[in-house]
Design a protein around this ligand. Structure first.
Ligand SMILES: Nc1ncnc2c1ncn2[C@@H]1O[C@H](COP(=O)(O)OP(=O)(O)O)[C@@H](O)[C@H]1O
Ligand SMILES: [Mg+2]
Length: 299
């Protein structure tokens, strides 16, 4: 049975603490997301997990069932492709490094190119590709050897919405096919949408970990009502037991204690306030991140 376990991994670069005492236990077949802002240590952690980098201290144990030539496939954050070669030639070069040869390599290359929708561009040079196409080809390199574990480092950065949707679809398919996926992102919507378990990393520390609902249960902020409209501050009705925070084109009504939002909405309606739209806002990873770190997840 596959397992990846890390105990107290730490790594410094000069005076920069990139990772500090990170503990991680990844289960077989899991889709695990590492969420954190730039500089949090995500790439450093993936590089250690993939064996490209050694931790200063701590232990890493990776067990896999026999029969895989390669256990871990890596899709790096920086696109690593030869631009003067065609898509197929790139796969040939990377495939031979992985020990794939001849008919097996050709067949597998055709398969992964088709899978990411690049089969009709197999003979085009990579330098003619859009950013999204390069990202997708970058993904095929990690998949060539059909490893049971895939580590993907921000695979949607800098891609157009269409390629992004395509990559999401591919990742879901990979997961459904039984692969274990460890995925980093600084976009919380991605982590919320894709991952079964999420670890929140900031300044090299894993601050919280769990399923989305586990994590949201840690958020202390109650649900609140956001009314949209261009309000002038003095016209916003005050309400007992409710904090009203005006913004440019909306205002938040946050109950001081967990209270009945239905009753609050009725009070807002009865106050005669004219608004365009009303929304119930709940806890999300953003509010959790803010609560854990005191800062917003920087882009
Ligand atoms: N090879 C390196 N040399 C020096 N500093 C590094 C190196 N790699 C990463 N760092 C530093 O370690 C910290 C974590 O970086 P990284 O793991 O790339 O974060 P992330 O991927 O979350 O953006 C950053 O402060 C970064 O500047
Ligand atoms: Mg990174």
């Amino acid at each position: 049975m596959l397992s990846i376990t890390a105990h107290n991994l730490s790594k410094t670069f000069g005076s920069v603490v990139a990772l500090q005492d990170v503990n991680l236990a990844i289960r077989a077949g899991e889709f695990y997301g590492l969420l954190g802002p730039n500089g949090a240590g995500k790439t450093t952690l993936l590089r250690i997990l993939s064996g490209l980098l050694t931790a200063d201290s701590g232990e890493l144990e990776i067990h896999a069932a026999n029969g895989h030539a390669q256990i871990i496939g890596v899709v790096p954050q920086e696109i690593a492709l030869y631009e003067v070669l065609t898509a197929r030639e790139n796969l040939k070069v990377f495939g031979s490094v992985m020990g794939l040869r001849g008919a097996q390599l050709s067949a597998r290359s055709a398969q992964v190119l088709e899978w990411v929708g690049l089969e009709d561009r197999a003979k085009s040079k990579v330098k003619t590709f859009s950013g999204g196409m390069m990202r997708r080809l970058n993904l095929t390199v990690g998949l060539l050897a059909d490893p049971p574990v895939m580590l993907l480092d921000e695979p949607t950065v800098g891609v157009d919405p269409q390629s992004r949707a395509k990559i999401f679809g591919l990742l879901s398919e990979l997961h459904a096919s039984g692969k274990t996926i460890i995925y980093t992102t600084h976009y919380m919507e991605e982590a919320e949408r894709l991952c079964q378990r999420i670890g929140i990393l900031d300044h090299g520390r894993l601050l919280a970990e769990g399923s989305l609902s586990d994590l949201l249960a840690k958020v202390k902020l109650p649900r609140f009502v956001r009314v949209h409209g261009a309000f002038e501050q003095q016209k916003l009705p005050a309400m007992d037991g409710v904090e009203c925070t005006p913004h440019d084109d909306y205002a938040d009504y946050v109950p001081r204690a967990n209270s009945d939002l239905g009753a609050l909405i009725t009070r807002i309606n009865q106050s005669g306030l004219r608004f365009e739209r009303l929304e119930i806002k709940g806890a999300n990873l953003e509010t959790l991140f803010l609560q854990l770190t005191g800062t917003e997840l920087r882009d």
